[in-house]
Ligand binder design. Structure first.
Ligand SMILES: N=NNCCOCCOc1ccc(-c2cn(C[C@@H]3NC[C@@H](O)[C@H]3O)nn2)cc1
Length: 442
């Protein structure tokens, strides 16, 4: 057996998000988010599950920090709930909300764990949604003001900041497919949301620099990798379109100041357009310090007119799948990372999410096998010149997996949602060893 070692500077971590783990949905001044509304709307979330209690992490900071310490991670990515910090969405900040996060950060630092903060992980204050949410450009400045309140509270303690998590999910999944909050099914609305969150990202980066906040700022798009089923022109074109619409749509505006023309033209053929105000693209492409990349899956695709928004069909057969019914496609991880570097130039990259859903604890060796495959792909990318700085497993613990509620388990730690008891899984022990040895056996 050989050890695939990562550089000593490479940071191993894990990740969670506020609405998925905190609970305490109405405590200490928190007001509803769009996910409180969505999860309480019949038929939106499996079994009517909500984030009211979740993993009760709001009340179990010491227990969760202990799990992180024992795991041996050097960084922990979590998100800050806007509805706790500025409950009305704009206006007065809630000191109890800010203090909760300061205490969490202090406990992480006291345990030698670097906090990696996500400012927006989907929990938009409902009061802003009542005014149009991200479809309304006014929400952009509300977001910048919320971020400024957090920057000022945690400046000097938090050194890595992420503006948005998975802009594709925030915009397309939530406003075209309607699977996530607020559950709209309108392509123009989805493109409006996508553009406004990108402007909000850029304005926040600009404010971060103006305020002279310590540390680095980036953002975390989710990526997938689509390969053409055949060398037929229509299949090659379809794969290019899927990669443009999923990956480039949220990378090119930030890293090149332009939308991918292939997808712009495709959406125009569907009657949808990006409403760019002069100056927007310069704001969106305000230089970032690092890129967070989330990767889970990919597939072959082929041309299939009318099958979906992109006249495409994903080929699922022939791949092992996780319990999320996603292909296990580790080569796609290598391809997307090298493609990013070749397309946009060398930029520091943290893997801000990679992980697998296996619902039965007995299948947890499958989770370790998934991680093993993807860490090999990561090492290949590193060896190929990708500037990889760290890797965070999604997720530290089983949690509220959005429209699937508590039925889909991504955690290294099992959570009994009746008792809230945490139990490290075999994959927790496997990952602990990876961290200790700084790499994996092959
Ligand atoms: N109605 N038709 N729908 C068709 C459209 O579905 C096609 C694809 O849908 C998707 C795509 C991607 C996801 C997803 C989930 N995670 C895991 C979370 N990441 C952030 C963190 O919070 C984790 O929980 N990352 N990505 C979900 C659904």
């Amino acid at each position: 057996m050989a050890l695939l070692r990562f550089p000593d500077t490479f940071k191993w971590g894990t990740a969670t998000a506020a609405y998925q783990i905190e609970g305490a949905f109405d405590e200490d001044g928190r007001l509803p988010s769009i996910w409180d509304t969505f999860s309480k709307t019949p038929g939106k979330v499996l079994h009517g599950h909500t984030g009211d209690v979740a993993c009760d992490s709001y009340h179990r900071v010491d227990e969760d920090v202990r799990l992180l310490k024992e795991l041996g991670v050097k960084m922990y990515r979590f998100s800050i709930a806007w509805p706790r910090v500025v409950p009305q969405g704009r206006g007065e900040a809630n000191e109890k909300g800010l203090t909760y996060y300061e205490e969490l950060v202090d406990k992480l630092l006291a345990n030698g764990i670097e906090p990696f903060v996500t400012l927006y992980h989907w929990d938009l204050p409902q009061s802003l949604q009542d005014e149009g949410g991200w479809e309304n450009r006014a929400t952009i400045d509300a977001f910048v003001a919320y971020c400024e309140a957090v920057f000022n509270k945690l400046n000097g303690k938090v050194k890595h900041w992420i503006t948005l998590n998975e802009p594709w999910c925030i915009s397309i999944l939530s406003n075209y497919f309607g699977d996530h909050a607020p559950g709209k099914k309108n392509l123009q609305a989805a493109l409006d949301v996508a553009h406004h969150i990108l402007v909000a990202h850029g304005k926040t980066v600009r404010r971060f620099r103006e305020l002279g906040i310590a540390g680095e700022i980036g953002y975390a798009p989710n990526t997938e990798w689509r390969e053409p089923y055949s060398s037929k022109a229509e299949d090659v074109q379809t794969a290019a379109l899927r990669n443009a619409a999923f990956n480039e749509w949220f990378l090119s505006p930030v890293l090149k100041g332009e939308y991918p023309q292939l997808a712009v033209d495709w959406y125009a053929s569907k009657g949808a357009h990006v409403k760019i105000v002069p100056g927007d693209m310069e704001v969106i492409s305000e230089k970032i310090d690092f890129l967070g990349i989330n990767y889970y899956t990919g597939s072959l695709v082929r041309h299939n007119p009318g099958n979906d928004l992109y006249d495409s069909e994903e080929i699922g057969s022939g791949y092992e799948k996780t319990d999320f019914n996603w292909n296990i496609y580790a080569d796609g991880f290598y391809h997307v990372l090298t493609w990013i570097t070749n397309t946009y130039g060398r930029i520091p990259i943290y893997i801000t999410e990679n992980g697998a859903c296996y619902d039965e604890p007995a299948n947890d060796t499958e989770r370790s096998a998934y991680l093993h495959k993807h860490i090999i792909a990561l090492h290949r990318a590193l060896e190929s010149g990708v500037d990889l700085r760290g890797y965070m497993v999604w997720s530290l613990m089983d949690n509220f997996e959005w429209a699937f509620g508590y039925t889909k388990r991504f955690g290294l730690v099992h959570v009994d949602f009746e008792t809230l008891e945490r139990t490290p899984k075999a994959s927790y022990r496997w990952y602990k060893q990876v961290i200790e040895q700084g790499g994996i056996e092959i």
